[in-house]
Every structure is written in C-alpha cells, then in structure tokens.
Design a protein around this ligand. Structure first.
Ligand code: SF4
Length: 140
C-alpha cells in the first residue's frame, strides 16, 4: 500500500513466489483503503531503525572509492537472497554470474575506504569475505 500511494514510484518488480505473498499484494492494489498518517510514521520509524541491516544498492558511494571496481551491491544481493530470502539456489546462481575477477577481489581488496563511504555503515569487508566463504569455500 505504501508503494501504491507513493507518487515517486512508477513501477516496481516484486517477487511473489506463492499465493500467501501474492494475495495481500493484490489486495493492496485493488482496495480503496489508504494508509493513515500513523501508519506512515510507523513505516518511517521502521525504515530508520533497520537502515543498517541491509544494503541499499547505492554503489556510487562505495564501489567508486576502490582501486578496482567491485559490484558491491550485487555481492550484497547474494547474501540477501541467502540469509533473508532463504533462497540458496538464487543466491548461488547470482554469485556465479559475478565476473571471476570480482570473486577474486572479495578477499584481496581492503574495503576500509568503501566502509567509510557507506551511508549505512555496513561492514563491507567482512560481508565480502563472508560471501566468498559461503559460495567458494563452503560451496553453499
Ligand atoms: S554504500 Fe553501503 S548501502 Fe550503498 S551499495 Fe555500498 S554497501 Fe550498499
């Protein structure tokens, strides 16, 4: 409902792998109810409180300060699919689409400057190493 009411958003791509997820999404699209001001305030509070829990994909901040480009947002998506979606197949296939050089750099680069540039203060170096550990060493 928040997305439907936000005039800044023209379209989204929302994964709906089952009816449990699809049904409320469809209801939000067709129902005439609107979110209250209190609902919006609670959503904004939730967004503030969880902003450090996930990558926003704003790679212009982090990737561009590295000596060699790493698509940090794509790597973070692998972790999101693995941990948050629990979709290990999608996580692995996304990781396997990364260039070989990217996969090498995950444990070779110093990500300190990228971490300083991240507005969400994510521990980028640790997360890059975790990604390599999951998909290369542990072969998850
Ligand atoms: S700056 Fe932080 S939030 Fe933005 S893409 Fe990089 S790691 Fe993700």
């Amino acid at each position: 409902m928040a997305v439907w009411q936000d005039e800044r958003i023209a379209s989204i791509c929302s994964q709906m792998p089952n009816l449990t997820i699809m049904a409320p999404n469809a209801a939000a699209a067709v129902e005439q109810n609107r979110l209250s001001k209190s609902d919006h305030n609670l959503l904004a509070q939730y967004a503030r409180e969880t902003s450090g829990d996930y990558c926003a994909g704003c790679e212009r901040h982090c990737s561009e300060v590295l000596p060699e480009r790493v698509p940090i947002g794509d790597v973070m998506r692998c972790l999101m699919y693995f941990h948050s979606y629990q979709d290990h197949g999608l996580a692995r296939s996304t990781f396997e689409e990364l260039p070989t050089r990217t996969r090498e750099l995950l444990t070779q680069l110093d990500f300190t400057e990228a971490e300083k540039s991240c507005p969400r203060k994510l521990p980028i170096g640790q997360l890059m190493r975790e990604t390599k550990m999951l998909f290369v060493l542990l072969k998850c």
